[in-house]
Design a protein around this ligand. Structure first.
Ligand code: 5GP
Ligand code: MG
Length: 179
């Protein structure tokens, strides 16, 4: 499919499954190289990164662990406003080599908060693997160790990413067509 409709918007194919998997290969290769003598814990951030996580982990050659995390945002009563909290972190990360797996880094705020939260569990190290990165949208300094692809500042769906709940199932990535 070259074009899809999700809710009220039309999306145009932007990255094919083949291109996507080539990028996943490259990320996996880099992680395999850097973690050749380690047993890292991957922390997959739900829901968006489920597809990237599955494709990436199939390519990791070291024995490793996998945990899934969901970020929940809530309105704080203080003036600090929205806070992201981790849901589902049962395993100890103390002294472990943690690799965070994200679908996309846009403004970077989610990732910065996430790294702070993971840091408080006192891991030995934290690395970040994001499948997509929007450099033009990101105005803050976010340490990204592994990046699948850099993309322009357009809204995309597919490969785990949704538009109001729909579109995660597509194996390709689609970019919104402005009308
Ligand atoms: P950030 O805090 O970096 O601005 O936002 C990151 C989150 O926003 C991602 O985890 C993702 O849920 C969402 N997001 C950012 N850009 C896109 C996009 O182009 N498409 C979709 N579907 N979600 C996006
Ligand atoms: Mg996400």
């Amino acid at each position: 499919m070259e074009k899809i409709r999700v809710h009220d918007k039309v999306f145009q194919k932007y990255l094919s499954e083949k291109q996507i998997l080539e990028s996943v290969d490259a990320v996996a290769e880099a992680i395999n190289r850097d973690f050749a003598d380690k047993n890292p814990v991957f922390l997959s951030i739900l829901n968006g990164s489920f597809m990237f996580t599955a494709d990436l982990l199939k390519r990791i050659t070291r024995p490793c662990e996998l945990s899934f995390l969901k970020l929940a945002s809530y309105e704080g009563t203080s003036s600090t406003g929205k806070v992201k909290v981790l849901v589902g972190l049962n395993e100890s990360l103390a002294d472990r080599d943690v690799i965070i797996i994200e679908d996309i880094v846009d403004s970077g705020h989610t990732m910065v908060k996430l790294i702070e939260q993971v840091q408080s569990h006192k891991p030995a190290s934290i690395k970040v693997a994001t499948f997509l990165f929007k450099p033009d949208a990101c105005k803050i300094d976010v340490p990204l160790d592994y990046i699948g692809m850099r993309i322009p500042n357009d809204f995309i769906v597919g490969y785990g990413l949704d538009y109001d709940g729909l579109g995660r199932n597509f194996p390709d990535i689609y970019s919104v067509v402005e009308d």
